[in-house]
Design a protein around this ligand. Structure first.
Ligand code: AMP
Length: 625
């Protein structure tokens, strides 16, 4: 067990008693823009890092893949290609973090690039030319750019960071963010909630004995979040969150485009099909919106058109959107069981809160003037830098407590490590996750417990294993096996597996740090960073193999059961593609495997749907509903 320091006031952690010399940066990995900040050692204030030209602090969260040059560009350089090459230019990747395609159903036309539709629960991927990228890989490219930027600015290597995520991010999304950091060569010391960071940037929660309830209103480019936080003596707690994952400044821009289209008597349907025109108009709309935050009128020409907008017209266009955000605020208050009067402070975050109408509406709703002194684009990164500074030990009032030095988890399909308790978690702690069976009638499950930071369990340290037996016969996927890790204050881990439908249960006790020296722990951490790239490749290959195998067995199963409902051509075509997929496994190239999965999927989907419809029709026959 490693001894670490805790700030009594903030309830925050520090790794060593002696302050570290390394700089720890704060990163806001945003949907539209990202940025990196640090605490300037001379002034003691948080500063966002500008680009090499010294003008821009925001790095657009956009990655462009050059087709000819095989080059990848990130940020402003990538933004230029949004219009001309939308299929190779990836934006809003944060929306895909930790998401399966099923989670994104109905929203896929939102993306100008190809999100792979394999209609399963597996994680979404993005296809660019003939390669498949995970959202983690794409996010890591943005993080690498930020790392590069801050290293240039400070003229020193940066390997440690605090990264922020929305308060509503679940375990999988937080883990995906950590993985992206690791892949970019960053040790992610803490994942911090964005509203918590925003409050910290305003110094809220840093005073001793401070007890407050705060509303953080975050209206960005594509998303709206309202979070209600309580702060009690340095401990932040999220009381409720609400919002709309598809509402933001982009919708303001769209409202303007629609208005201009109507004013200029354009055919809206035709316009929507012309991606290039649409993007040009959208960029002009954004310009108009920004201009109107400071001025009363906007006017420009685009081709033969004159594009005009007054502030009052703009406000009329976006009022319904602003009203929707206030509805979300009402729901968040209701969920937190609070009346408006209970809110002590309101913090504005996100570029769209610069719109005067938004500021005014939020102020009127909460009955108090919101904090808006800091740049709303930077406030989350600045707060992350404050948190990073606390972790770096540049704060007093420290007390020793215990933390887990290495992550703990179990082995899942294909030898992958599934982390249940991330390293640096405060003790005691209890955490769990649900799993299921892979085969029909499977009655047992082997649980192998590992410790370490690598993606493949074979690179980590095995702590113990046990079997859960006596699961009643059920079809694959139906049993709910909950694996719970309980770490007590002495660092003893109890791992329990329980099948929730039947109540069958089994557990073991392991001692994670037994026989492991400080140097060995450091080595394990170092290895995980140095091998992040190859680990990630191994993980994505293994995930592709898992997906292919499960697809092969479900397709074979389907054809066996429904053969008489299929045509000869359909059966023949399926067999050919299944065989091609099987052969592709030997290539050990995840992109080739995904191409064959997609080909099989595209081929079988129409008749799979037809057979399902027939089955439903048969089942419904004679039944009254
Ligand atoms: P964020 O996601 O927080 O970076 O916010 C980006 C959004 O803020 C985009 O929709 C921008 O168009 C919008 N935005 C940036 N500056 C302004 C401004 N001066 N007035 C209105 N909206 C702005």
């Amino acid at each position: 067990m490693a001894k670490i320091s805790i700030n009594i006031k903030q309830g925050t952690l520090l790794k060593d008693e002696t302050p570290q010399k390394d700089i720890i940066v704060g990163i806001d990995l945003g949907t539209t823009n990202s940025l990196v900040a640090y605490i300037n050692s001379e002034s003691g204030t948080a500063m966002a890092v500008k680009d090499e030209g010294g003008s821009n602090k925001l790095v657009p969260s956009i990655v462009h893949f050059h087709t000819e040059k095989e080059e990848i560009v990130v940020g402003n350089d990538a933004k230029e290609y949004l219009v001309a090459q939308p299929e190779n230019t990836i934006y809003s990747v944060k929306r895909l973090m930790g998401k399966s395609f099923n989670d994104l159903k109905g929203h896929s036309e939102y993306f100008g690039y190809q999100v792979i539709d394999d209609d399963t629960e597996s994680l979404a991927k993005i296809r660019v030319n003939d390669r498949f990228y995970t959202p983690i890989e794409l996010s890591s490219l943005i993080l690498k750019q930020l790392k590069y930027r801050v290293e240039k600015a400070l003229n020193q290597t940066v390997t440690k960071a605090v990264i922020t995520v929305p308060a509503y991010f679940n375990d999988a999304q937080r883990q995906a963010t950590r993985d992206a950091g690791k892949l970019a060569g960053l040790e992610v010391l803490r994942i911090v909630n964005e509203p918590t960071a925003a409050s910290l940037a305003y110094g809220i929660g840093l005073k001793q004995g401070e007890e407050k309830t705060i509303a953080v209103y975050d209206l960005g480019g594509g998303t709206f979040d309202i979070s209600i936080l309580s702060i009690d003596n340095g401990i932040f707690e999220v009381l409720s969150t609400n919002g709309d994952t598809f509402l933001g400044g982009d919708d303001f821009d769209r409202a303007i485009v629609d208005y201009w289209a109507a004013e200029n008597e354009m055919d809206v349907a035709a316009l929507k099909l012309n991606k290039q025109w649409m993007q040009t108009l959208r960029l002009q709309a954004e310009k108009a919106k920004m201009h109107l935050s400071k001025h009363e009128d906007f006017e420009t020409t685009e081709g033969y058109m004159t594009l005009k907008l007054s502030r009052s017209k703009f406000e009329e266009l976006v009022q319904p959107l602003v009203d929707r955000t206030l509805e979300n605020c009402k729901r968040a208050l209701a969920d937190a069981n609070l009346k408006i009067e209970a809110i002590d402070e309101v913090v504005l975050v996100g570029g769209s809160t610069r719109v005067p109408l938004v500021k005014q509406a939020v102020g009127e709703f909460f009955g108090r003037t919101p904090h808006d002194d800091l740049n709303p684009d930077e406030v989350v990164a600045l707060g992350a830098a404050v948190q990073a500074d606390i972790l770096a030990g540049n704060q007093k009032d420290m007390l020793l407590i215990d933390i887990t030095p290495l992550s703990l988890g179990i082995e899942t399909m294909g030898g992958l490590m599934d982390v249940i308790i991330p390293r640096n978690s405060k003790l005691p702690i209890k955490a769990g996750r649900q799993y299921t069976t892979q085969k029909d009638g499977q009655s047992g499950m082997r649980i192998t417990v590992y410790q370490g930071e690598r993606d493949l369990v074979s690179d980590n340290r095995k702590l113990g294993e046990f079997s859960l037996k006596g699961i009643p016969a059920m079809p694959a996927g139906l049993p709910k096996v909950e694996i719970t890790f309980i770490l007590d204050a002495d660092g003893i881990t109890r791992v329990r597996a329980k099948e929730l439908r039947s109540g069958v249960e089994q557990s073991i006790e392991v001692k994670p740090s037994y026989g492991l020296s400080e140097e060995e722990m450091s080595q394990m951490l170092l290895d995980s960073i140095q091998n992040a790239q190859s680990d990630m490749q191994a993980r994505s290959l293994q995930e592709a193999l898992n997906e292919a195998n499960s697809m092969i067995s479900s397709v074979e199963n389907f054809v066996e059961k429904n053969g008489e409902l299929l045509t000869e051509v359909e059966i023949q075509g399926t067999v050919e593609r299944v065989n091609a997929l099987k052969e592709s496994l030997d290539s050990r190239n995840k992109d080739i495997i995904h191409q064959h999965i997609e080909a099989l999927n595209d081929f079988t989907r129409p008749f799979a749907e037809r057979v399902m419809d027939q089955a439903i029709a048969v089942a419904m026959k004679g039944k009254k509903i």
